[in-house]
Write a protein that binds this ligand. Structure first.
Ligand SMILES: Cc1cc2nc3c(=O)[nH]c(=O)nc-3n(C[C@H](O)[C@H](O)[C@H](O)COP(=O)(O)OP(=O)(O)OC[C@H]3O[C@@H](n4cnc5c(N)ncnc54)[C@H](O)[C@@H]3O)c2cc1C
Length: 386
């Protein structure tokens, strides 16, 4: 058995995992990311991000756009499937289109974490107050960022794939041929959204440079394929998209945070992003809450000034939350997203919570940090605590 170690192991190198790793690396911690895929890899997603995502990630758009797609959006075309549509334009850019194969690779490479790619999480065993991962890596703290089907979420007891009220969605993204580009009537600055007649989902067409992304997601996954066929037939009949596009869509699922009840924390483990089920119920936007939870989760992991800079105690024994931290966290849990913006309202308890958690009681190990991180992140986002 090898003696490989890290302060924090993040399972999943998507936007949540890569962002969380970057934050932890900035705090001086030794972080490894384990992902079953090698990067760049595709992720089933429309790739629509709000400006807040780019700001939070401190993305230099001039640099990003040099060899990647970043499609500005300043309007929408929307309506009901099979019916008419209205167009709305704004005087400024209100969103962007990215390609997930490029975006995720960019975030992962700049995270500065050790990358263990092409290796799935197979085993996760508790040994002497630490986790032993895949029989070769020891760590006091595992962060589950493996998306909806995250194996760490399963380890915590989530009913992944059985009985959770998921959004089921399918999508296709491809580079259009010159003829298809000519025939496509979708304006790249004005993506199109069309609601299902029962309002249980919507379909979209999104042009990003020379790429076209078409998909449909529903809260009820019954006969999803039929809904997609009907959507595609209508788009083609109405001349919005070229007639020669095939229907080989790829599917995925995710949880809206109002519907999820996954356990989020246990000794030395916490979940972020889709693994925690945080997507916004109104829009299905998942990248932003994934990134916000990733930024917030590590905040209390900063170490006491008197301890070895930038190191967690790898062998720290598990211990319970201190009463002070517990009560501060309860106050932090009073935060609620603002109705208009979904942003978090500052609550008097939050500062106190972070203060007491950033400098946990002497002897407090990663468990305190893990619980604190998850509670601050998830309650702050309005999700149900474990
Ligand atoms: C069709 C569709 C369209 C969407 N469109 C949008 C959109 O336009 N805008 C938006 O904001 N959100 C959208 N979402 C939601 C968005 O894709 C997710 O919320 C977002 O990807 C969550 O990021 P994450 O980092 O938590 O997880 P992910 O991006 O899913 O990353 C998880 C990572 O974990 C790795 N992993 C999984 N299992 C293992 C394992 N066993 N071992 C090791 N690694 C593992 C995976 O390889 C992956 O790299 C859409 C979702 C779907 C399904």
């Amino acid at each position: 058995m090898s003696d490989e170690r890290c302060d924090v192991l993040i399972v999943g190198g998507g936007p949540a995992g890569a962002t969380c790793a970057r934050e932890l690396r900035r705090a001086g911690l030794d972080v490894a990311i384990l992902d079953k895929k090698t990067f760049p890899r595709d992720k089933v997603c429309a790739g629509w991000v709000t400006p807040l995502v780019l700001n939070t990630l401190e993305i230099d758009t001039a640099d990003y756009v040099r060899d990647r797609v970043l499609q500005p959006i300043s309007g929408f075309r929307s309506g009901m499937i099979g019916d008419g549509a209205v167009e709305v334009d704004y005087p400024q850019v209100v969103s962007y289109g990215i390609r997930r194969c490029e975006f995720d690779d960019y975030l992962l490479r700049r995270s500065d974490a050790r990358l263990l790619l092409g290796e799935p999480l197979k085993t996760m065993e508790r040994r002497n107050g630490e986790w032993l991962i895949n029989d070769h890596l020891r760590t006091p703290l595992v962060i589950g960022a493996g998306g909806h089907f995250c194996p760490v979420a399963k380890q915590l007891g989530a009913r992944v794939g059985s009985g959770e009220p998921v959004v089921a969605a399918k999508e296709i993204e491809f580079e259009m041929t010159p003829t298809q580009r000519e025939a496509c009537r979708v304006d790249a600055r004005r993506p199109e959204l069309y609601f299902c007649n029962d309002l249980k989902g919507y379909g979209w067409i999104f042009r990003k440079g020379d790429y076209l992304n078409i998909g449909l997601g529903r809260e009820d996954n019954h006969r999803l394929g039929d809904h997609i066929d009907a959507f595609m037939d209508w788009l083609k009949r109405s001349g919005r998209i070229p007639a020669d596009i095939d229907h080989r869509f790829k599917g995925h699922a995710y949880l809206l945070y109002a519907h999820g009840d996954r356990p989020l924390i246990r000794d030395g483990v916490l979940l972020i992003g889709d693994a925690a089920g945080l997507a916004y119920p109104q829009s299905g936007e998942g990248i932003r809450p994934a990134i916000e939870s990733a930024v917030m989760a590590p905040q209390p992991l900063r170490v006491r000034p008197c301890s070895r800079p930038g190191r967690l105690s790898a062998g720290a024994a598990p211990c319970a939350l201190s009463p002070a931290a517990g009560s501060a966290l309860r106050s932090a849990g009073d935060q609620r997203p603002q109705p208009d913006t979904g942003r978090i309202a500052p609550a008097p308890g939050r500062a106190a919570a972070e203060e007491s958690l950033v400098y946990p009681p002497r002897g407090a190990g990663p468990l305190v940090s893990a619980r604190a991180s998850a509670a601050v992140a998830h309650r702050g986002l309005g999700a149900r605590p474990a």
